[in-house]
Structures are given as C-alpha cells and as structure tokens.
Design a protein around this ligand. Structure first.
Ligand SMILES: *[C@@H]1O[C@H](CO)[C@@H](O)[C@H](O)[C@H]1NC(C)=O
Ligand SMILES: *[C@@H]1O[C@H](CO)[C@@H](O)[C@H](O)[C@H]1NC(C)=O
Length: 499
C-alpha cells in the first residue's frame, strides 16, 4: 500500500497549511496570528489579487495585457517539465481555455431568489463541429454581469431569465447536460485536463450541449445584487444555500434556455450534496432532472478516512471556535494562492511536489498512478477557486454528527431558526429523481459504507458503479489519466439511457 510508507504527521501539517492557506490569503486583515507563518507568498501580490472577479474579467477583456503578466509570473525555464503551452492553461479563465482549444463558449448570468449572481459557462457543441465562427461567438465580459448579451446565434438572455429567443439551437435538441463542480472548484475542473481528457470536452465532442455551473462564492460567481463580496454577510452560506437556491435557479434557466422539459445533471462531490439538498427541500424542481449522475457523492461523511478532515474536526469542536480562530468567513479565491501552489506543485520541484501531492492525497486518497504530474501545476492554477468557510464547516459537521443535516448554529440559534435544538436532517426519501452513483474504492472522503447508506435511503437509484480501479480517489473522477475509460464511458451510457 502506498500510504503505509508515508508517516502522516509531517504530511498532515503541509496539508492543513495548504487548506488553511486559503484563509490567510483572504484580503481582510485577519485577527488570527496562528496563520501568519503561512503567508509568505501572499503578501506582495495581495493587492493585485484583491478582486479575482475583476482580474478574471480583465483577463477576458484584454488578452493582450493579460498575456505578458502571465509570462512574467511563469518564466519558461522554471517549468522545464511541463510544456509551456500546457502550463499557460493554469492562468487562463474558462472562456479563454475553451477558446484556446477551439471550442465555442458562452457566459450566462443567473440570479438566485436570494440575489446571488452566478455565472454559467456553456459549450454548445464540440470543436469545429459546425460552421460557427468561434471568434464571432462573443463572450460577455464578467465585469458587466447584468448586461444583456447576444451571441452568434442571436439568442438574447438577461440575468433574470430569457427575454427573447430567436433562431433554433439545432444541435442541443434533447442533448443538454448540466455539470456541477465540487467544493472550492469551478467550471474549470471539467476542462483542466484538456480535450479528449476532461469530461466537459468529451461530452461536447459527443454532441452534448454542455452547461457548467459555478455555485456562489467561486471566482466566477462572486456577484450579488446588493451585498458586495467584501462584506462578511455575503459569505454566510454553505452547500445548503447552493442546493436551496443555486441549483433551482440554474435548472430553471437551463431548461428554459434550451426548451427542454428535463436535463441530466452530472455532479462531482459537493455538486451532488447540492442536488440532494435540492431534492429534499425543493422537490418541485426534481421534475426538471432526467437523471442525476453522482460522481463521488459527499453526503454522509461518517466513515471518511481523510486525516485532514479529521484534523479539522478536532480543531473545530464548534463552528464559532474555528471561525473565531480564523477570523474570516470567506475562502476568497486568489490568483496569488493559485500561483504559489502552482510553483510548489511543479514537477521538477521534487521535494515540494512530493509534499504537495501527499497533501492532496492525504485529503482525498492515494493514487499516484492516475495523477499526471505534468498537469499538477495546471490543476493548482484552478483549484481551489474560492468558497465560504461555512461550506467547509458544514462538511466538518457532517463528519462529526455522522448525519446529513442542516447547518448547526448551536442549540440556542438552532431553536430560533429551526424550532429545535438539533438541526433538522435532510429527508433523502424525498429525492425522487433517478440517481446513478459512481464511486472509487480509495476515496478518503467518500467511504463505500457512506455511499451505500445513501443508496439505501434514496428511493430511485438506477445505477451503482464502482470504478474498476482499486486506487481510484476523490479527485480521480476529474483528473485521472484513464478517467475516460474507467468512468466517463459509463457516464455517457447512463446519459444516453436517460435522454
Ligand atoms: C500528461 O500531460 C501531458 C501534458 O498535457 C501530456 O503530454 C501527457 O501525455 C500526459 N500523460 C499521460 C500519461 O496522459
Ligand atoms: C420523509 O419523506 C417521506 C416521503 O415524502 C415521508 O413519507 C416521511 O415521513 C418523511 N420522513 C420524515 C422524518 O419527515
């Protein structure tokens, strides 16, 4: 076994630092002194990374100025083992990344009932698969999320819904699919590994009209109609709110935009948690889901093996302790952090890449064979991409309680909010859309017991797939070298069956 030759104490520390580093990179001066040593890389670039949404928008709007900046941050010789043209993917936004590989891309902004503005990316078809001139397919600048956009197909959308539709989306008839990424991830995770590797590309090439969600708080979805993301109030959410508000708004939008009664949804990790919350609390939206393919669903964490999760649970007996200790509510996405991780995880930095890999493996499970070391710095350019402290804490609570329940605010505030001292459990027997579960046997967050428990409670499980690779871990669902053969081919079969 791989894990037996790694003593976990020296590995746990960098792993925790890696996770907690996100806090220290938050722009607000943190009252916490504990994390100060984790700051070295953050200090100089902090101001520049202040508003990632703006930075991403600037990158999109002005490629000519963005390119030299990326070049300055990553001189070629530093990354001898990762080809330069691949390495630059670490710094490209999702629209730029897709354009680079010749895929059409659209941005859509959806407003939730509680005022959050979410960016959906859409890849309407594969590369060069019809006569569309990709360059004429205008991507709206993220700087102006509320402005009406118009793409080459002359379909006009606004943030609150579709005003007008002209022209038909031939290619999307009956073949729309929605992808939901996991915690601290963005729409990028389905594309990082490149064409023929990433699920987003594979689906687009197979003729699917691919929509990719960015839940609130990640670098593409930091807008709100009233509350700025610099306000702590903005960050008072976990995957509960994503399931209650984000997924319904997104499903409404996608089904309306594509004239579909139902769409299939593929989620990874937290993407599935959100779906379960929605299914339990908003069953009226379940009818919009033709099938939910759940890759590594993190619902029950009772048997999670991850020492990182265990460490956090030990550190955070209560919500307020960890929040008070860290002094911030947001895990703001910062490009500085991603740049630092990219450096640390580059292939030829033998020692730090080893620490880096071990840190990731300690969180998610060991699987060295399926990790393409050359791509590791590229992954680190996109992950983590922001989220709230509460999102992580809600998982820590799941681990501690062994249950799938609403956010625990402490007895007194629970009583006020829920009318009972303990937070109410989500009722999984209300989740009535068909669910196809896919799980790896070496997932340190999702143990087989916990996933089997979900399968027993859900009324409509149509498939239970064990990935035929014993070391398959939590992130292999996105990044494994053989993900297509081991898992995506099966996912495509399920999607065909339900379309
Ligand atoms: C790893 O990634 C590099 C860069 O994209 C690629 O050239 C190489 O073929 C990949 N290796 C494997 C085993 O897939
Ligand atoms: C859960 O939902 C099912 C189906 O709607 C219902 O029959 C059951 O009573 C609910 N359980 C609880 C504990 O509310």
């Amino acid at each position: 076994m791989m894990e037996s030759d790694v003593s976990w104490v020296p590995v746990l520390l960098p792993a925790l630092l890696l996770l907690l580093c996100q806090y220290s990179c938050a722009t607000r001066p943190s009252p916490s002194t504990i994390l100060a040593p984790a700051l070295p890389s953050a200090a100089p670039g902090l101001a520049a990374a202040d508003d990632v949404a703006a930075a991403v928008a600037a990158t999109d709007a002005a490629p000519s100025t963005a390119a030299p900046a990326a070049a300055a941050a990553a001189p070629a010789d530093k990354y001898a083992h990762t080809p330069r043209e691949v390495l630059e993917d670490a710094s490209l936004s999702v629209p730029k990344l897709l354009k680079k590989y010749g895929y059409p891309v659209e941005n859509h902004v959806v407003m939730t009932e509680d005022g959050y503005l979410l960016t959906l990316h859409r890849v309407p078809h594969g590369a060069h698969s019809d006569s569309d001139d990709i360059n004429s397919n205008r991507v709206r600048s993220l700087r102006k999320p509320l402005r009406t956009t118009r793409n080459s197909r002359r379909r006009t959308f606004t943030s609150t819904g579709i005003k007008r539709k002209r022209g038909a989306a031939r290619h999307s008839a009956g073949r729309t699919v929605l992808l939901l990424p996991g915690m601290f991830c963005s729409s990028a995770v389905w594309f990082i590994m490149g064409p023929r590797k990433g699920l987003g590309y594979i689906l687009a090439d197979a003729g699917w009209d691919v929509w990719i969600a960015n839940p609130r708080g990640n670098r593409y979805s930091m807008g709100h109609v009233e509350i700025p993301s610099t306000d702590d109030k903005y960050w008072q959410f976990s995957w509960h709110e994503m399931g209650q508000y984000d997924v319904p708004a997104i499903l409404d939008y996608v089904t309306t935009a594509t004239d579909q009664a139902q769409v299939p949804v593929v989620g990874h990790s937290m993407g599935n948690t959100m779906m379960m919350v929605m299914g339990a609390l908003r069953p009226e939206y379940s009818r919009l889901v033709s099938v939910h393919v759940a890759l590594a669903p993190t619902v029950f964490l009772q048997h999670a093996q991850s020492p990182v999760l265990k460490g956090l649970a030990a550190l955070a007996p209560t919500v307020s302790t960890l929040t008070a200790m860290l002094g911030v509510h947001s895990l703001r996405p910062t490009l500085t952090l991603n740049e630092a991780l990219k450096q640390l995880c580059r292939e030829e930095a033998v020692v730090t890449q080893r620490i880096c890999k071990n840190a990731a493996f300690m969180l998610l499970g060991f699987d060295a064979e399926q990790l393409n070391a050359t791509m590791f710095p590229v992954i680190m350019g996109h992950v983590p991409s922001g989220g709230s402290t509460r999102t992580l804490l809600h998982y820590v609570q799941s681990f501690t309680s062994g249950d799938f329940r609403q956010f625990d605010l402490g007895a007194k505030r629970n009583l006020a909010k829920y009318g009972q001292a303990q937070p109410p459990a989500y009722n999984l027997s209300r989740v009535d859309f068909p669910v196809a579960i896919s799980v790896g046997e070496n997932d340190w967050l999702d143990s087989m017991e916990d996933v089997q428990r979900i399968a027993k409670l859900l009324p409509n499980v149509v498939d239970f797939y064990r990935v035929p690779w014993p070391k398959f871990n939590h992130m292999d669902h996105l990044f494994a070298i053989d993900a297509k053969e081991l898992e995506y081919d099966h996912v495509m079969e399920i999607l065909e069956r339900f379309s």
